[in-house]
Design a protein around this ligand. Structure first.
Ligand SMILES: Nc1ncnc2c1ncn2[C@@H]1O[C@H](COP(=O)(O)OP(=O)(O)OP(=O)(O)O)[C@@H](O)[C@H]1O
Ligand SMILES: [Mg+2]
Length: 257
């Protein structure tokens, strides 16, 4: 809870239409509290990525409000929008690292949104930032020898750890992760979800994760949001998620057999 008594993120009456008259998100209302992993599950095409993209404003909502740090993200433009985005860390399915840069350089990239635009990419970071980047590399479970390795020499799991460290470098008030484990093997997926859960609790930053793996969602999320056809049809703790809910979310029953 913040000083105003609400969550970190408050979404009300959110609609998104890519084509007029064909809403992809239909009246989403969500309050996201200060820490914990919220997993969004639902079938392909149901609007999970669209919801994340509305929050970081990669797409413009058609209607509704997205209140984050006291500002309505749905109304922001230009500099104000860029500034607000600095407080949102993004973690991607395909990591989105700069392949030819080293791990430490990639982590420091998390700082770039906050530097004046004319500042050259590297060498200009403060000692404090560099120390912080090393600490983050350590805290996501990579040994310091990884710092000087190029991103293109890392495994998927290692890359995703760098992606998480880069997001943390921003000192985000919110982390959004769109299918962060979909390119990883089952064991590494568990490790990455474990890390996101740990980061969320230790740093008190809420994490919203789109995820197809319901078991991982149950295991690591404190809250599950089930979407179907652009609407929230389940919202509760993992224990409350029953097979009847899964049938409603994914439709039919045969798929669970
Ligand atoms: N840029 C776009 N222009 C037009 N339609 C889009 C665009 N992006 C997404 N859509 C449509 O919006 C709907 C929701 O897509 P979205 O990517 O949000 O689903 P999703 O739940 O993330 O699916 P998945 O689990 O496959 O990632 C789909 O019907 C999709 O075709
Ligand atoms: Mg998606």
């Amino acid at each position: 809870m913040n000083a105003a008594g609400g969550g970190v993120l408050s979404i009300t009456g959110l609609f998104k239409e890519y084509r007029s008259g064909e809403p992809v998100l239909k009246n989403i209302n969500l309050e996201i509290e200060a820490s914990g992993v919220t997993a969004i599950i639902g079938p392909s095409g149901t609007g999970k990525s669209t919801l994340i993209r509305c929050i970081n404003r990669l797409v413009d909502p058609t209607a509704g409000h997205i209140i984050f740090r006291g500002e309505d993200l749905s109304q922001l433009k230009g500099k104000a929008l860029r500034e607000a985005r600095c407080h949102i860390g993004m973690v991607f399915q395909e990591y989105n690292l700069v392949e030819r840069l080293t791990v430490i350089e990639n982590v420091l990239c998390g700082k770039l949104g906050r530097l004046p635009i004319w500042r050259p990419l590297l060498r200009k970071f403060s000692d404090q930032d560099i120390t912080r980047a090393f600490d983050l590399i350590d805290s996501v479970g990579l040994s310091q020898e990884f710092a000087s390795r190029r991103a293109d020499a890392l495994s998927g799991g290692q890359r995703q750890r760098v992606g998480i460290a880069r997001a943390l470098m921003q000192e985000p008030s919110l982390i959004l992760a769109d299918e962060p484990t979909s390119s990883l093997d089952p064991k590494t997926s568990v490790e990455i979800m474990e890390l996101l859960d740990q980061v969320s609790r230790e740093r008190e930053v809420p994490v919203i994760v789109n995820i197809h793996n319901v078991d991982l969602a149950r295991r690591f999320a404190s809250r599950i949001i089930g979407m179907s056809a652009g609407q929230v049809v389940f919202d509760g703790p993992p224990d409350a998620l029953q097979d009847t809910h899964l049938n409603e979310i994914y439709g039919g029953e045969d798929w669970q057999a």
